[in-house]
Design a protein around this ligand. Structure first.
Ligand SMILES: C[S@@+](CC[C@H](N)C(=O)[O-])C[C@H]1O[C@@H](n2cnc3c(N)ncnc32)[C@H](O)[C@@H]1O
Length: 240
């Protein structure tokens, strides 16, 4: 885990997921944004192509403290979740949060920048989700490799869905987003600052196709945040 610790502590964004104080501050900020986050998680939940009582298995990559998983496991009462994260503090918090779900939730530590994480999980999964995590990989090559690994761990017809930050196609568009998003009646939150996220929407969809996913699509987007993903081979239709 030394390599993982080094990588997580030295990300270009200065986000140190191995520092318990940083993680606690980050979680407190998410609590302030809970209304907006609840809406985003509800969108992800609605896109899971399964009936509420169906048995299926899913994996959450960079799951953090399991906030999305609490939403999913509450709706999908027979689903089983594997949560993977690199941060010991997040893992501890996720285990505490998901204790009421007993054996339906398994939380493991792993590093998404190397294929070794595949050895810590037990596929195939019917669904893979990720929420504002994979930009932490910073390098498009790592994201593209990870998309191939996710494809390999999904069952036929499986869905990968990524709620993720996107790079604006140009600086001019980014400034335009900043201006427009400042209208509190129109959008869920104003964009502050400029961060060069790892891929534009077009790039992300191309990387998914390159990894083998199809059909792929962006299901929702608000400026620099999107929910996009792809099926493995065909669209799985929900029973109801
Ligand atoms: C912004 S948080 C999002 C957490 C959660 N998905 C959510 O939406 O609340 C990013 C998460 O990605 C994890 N992470 C970052 N880089 C990672 C890596 N290389 N391997 C595994 N997890 C990583 C962090 O530990 C952190 O929990």
């Amino acid at each position: 885990m030394d390599n993982l610790m080094h990588r997580l502590a030295n990300q270009p964004s200065d986000e140190d997921w191995f520092d318990p104080d940083f993680v606690e501050r980050w979680l407190a900020r998410q609590h302030e944004r809970r209304g907006e986050r609840a809406r985003q998680f509800a969108m992800v939940r609605s896109l899971v192509p399964r009936a509420a009582d169906e048995y299926f298995r899913y994996i959450d990559l960079g799951a953090g403290d399991g906030a999305l998983d609490e939403v999913l496991l509450t709706r999908f009462v027979n689903a089983e979740a594997t949560l993977l994260d690199g941060s010991p503090t997040m893992i501890e918090r996720a285990r505490a949060r998901l204790r009421p779900f007993g054996q339906r939730a398994t939380v493991v530590q792993g590093d998404l920048t190397t294929p070794a994480w595949l050895e810590t999980v037990r596929g195939p999964y019917d669904v893979a989700v990720s929420s504002i995590s994979l930009h932490n990989l910073e390098d498009p090559r790592l994201v593209r490799e990870l998309y191939r690994e996710i494809w390999s761990v999904l069952a036929d017809g499986g869905l990968f869905m990524n709620l993720e930050y996107l790079r604006a196609p140009s600086r001019a568009l980014w400034s335009y987003y900043v201006q427009a998003s400042a209208d509190p009646d129109g959008w869920s939150m104003p964009i502050r600052g400029l961060r060069d996220y790892v891929g534009t929407l077009d790039e992300q969809l191309a990387w998914l196709r390159e990894a083998g996913f199809g059909p792929v699509d962006c299901f929702w987007k608000e400026f620099r945040l999107g929910i996009f993903g792809g099926f493995k081979g065909h669209v799985h239709e929900s029973r109801s």
